[in-house]
Ligand binder design. Structure first.
Ligand code: ADE
Length: 243
């Protein structure tokens, strides 16, 4: 899978050399390319922003710079990529959306800064490729770079071959395997630590009992911190979701 990231702060994406994503890149499973938007800016100042029409605080990134960058990057491979644009005004990132993107051959991430990107950039790109705006949550970051890191990591670990043990993705919180609930708490050796014991059922070796225990803890935890996920489960499956 190929992923291009366009940003005015390429250094922000340095963590993509590390850990799971870094290993997957070196193994040839992921082709990640980070581009400096300023390379497409002109003039002595290489400006990428200007004040918004209609007034208001802050600056907007301009259409000509982004247009030139996206034209070149999206023409540099086979086929047409999917353009993802991190913004607090986007649809929330979910495991389901990440899983959908993981089966795409090519993603391009456009990182906005300041008050965002001139709206015509996405309108224009949408004439040639699928475009999605994506939000990490209901808070405002200083720019799209951290969100791009999150999207690349969430997607990469679902690309076949990237995780050593693919079963671990299936059992994650939010994945289909857990019915969209949060994962149960987990324990490893030692059996006793600072007066705290590993729950007996997990040491008993009865898989059916362990599964039931995990399901109960998962329901308990989800009800406590994410009741909205339980509501969604009931909406999808009715009351037999808890059988
Ligand atoms: N850029 C600024 N805030 C953001 C958010 N919450 N999600 C994605 N991109 C952003």
């Amino acid at each position: 899978m190929r992923i291009d990231v366009v940003t005015i702060f390429p250094g922000y994406l340095a963590p993509l050399d590390e850990a799971l994503v870094g290993r997957a890149r070196r193994a040839g499973l992921l082709d990640v390319r980070v581009h400096d938007l300023r390379g497409w800016a002109s003039g002595v100042h290489k400006a990428v922003d200007d004040s918004p029409y209609g007034g208001g605080p802050g600056m907007l990134m301009t259409a000509p710079v982004w247009g030139a960058a996206l034209d070149e990057v999206t023409a540099s491979g086979d086929g047409v990529p999917r353009l993802l644009v991190p913004t607090p005004a986007g649809a929330p990132l979910t495991q389901r959306r990440a899983a959908g993107w993981a089966s795409e051959p090519w993603l391009v991430l456009a990182c906005g800064r300041y008050e965002g990107i001139d709206a015509r950039v996405l309108a224009d790109a949408g004439r040639r490729m699928p475009v999605e705006e994506v939000s990490l949550g209901d808070y405002v970051l200083a720019g799209g770079e951290v969100a791009a890191l999150v999207v690349v990591e969430a997607v990469s670990r679902l690309v076949p071959g990237v995780l050593g043990n693919p079963a671990s993705a299936e059992l994650d919180s939010f994945a289909e395997g857990t019915g969209g609930l949060l994962e149960a708490p987990a324990y490893t050796r030692p059996e006793q630590w600072r007066g705290l014991d590993v729950p007996d059922v997990l040491r008993g070796g009865n898989h059916a009992v362990v599964d039931r225990w995990r399901r109960d803890r998962s329901l308990e935890r989800t009800a406590a911190v994410r009741p909205d996920l339980l509501d969604a489960l009931v909406a999808r499956h009715g009351a037999d979701a808890f059988d």
